[in-house]
Design a protein around this ligand. Structure first.
Ligand SMILES: [Zn+2]
Length: 105
């Protein structure tokens, strides 16, 4: 029994298996649509991440300017954390989206 790489998820599977146990791809068939679905799922996840990061960022800004006065003490800390995590998270996710698009071209 030999091991081969699954054509869709690239995990090691038995060459005798007709269906990948990890992603249900057929090892000897047309997996173009399944690969496409996996790509779309990953894109969707990345879009969700960027949306969450954006929301966190906006939350930080809202907390910071809440009541029209400059934030102080605890509120400034919370706002700063939301702001920083949202900003960094958003940048990382945008980068991952760019890399992901480049890879799937
Ligand atoms: Zn697979």
């Amino acid at each position: 029994m030999a091991l081969i790489n699954c054509p869709v998820c690239h995990k090691r599977i038995s060459s005798k298996a007709s269906v990948c146990p990890h992603c249900q791809a057929q090892t000897n068939g047309d997996n173009a649509s399944l690969a496409r679905i996996n790509e779309l799922k990953k894109s969707g996840r990345l879009m969700n991440h960027s949306f969450i990061a954006m929301t966190l960022f906006i939350t930080g800004v809202v907390i910071w300017f809440w009541g029209g006065e400059p934030a102080e003490g605890m509120r400034a800390n919370i706002a700063g954390v939301c702001f920083a995590f949202g900003f960094v998270g958003y940048l990382i996710t945008r980068l991952r989206i760019v890399l992901h698009k480049r890879k799937s071209l």
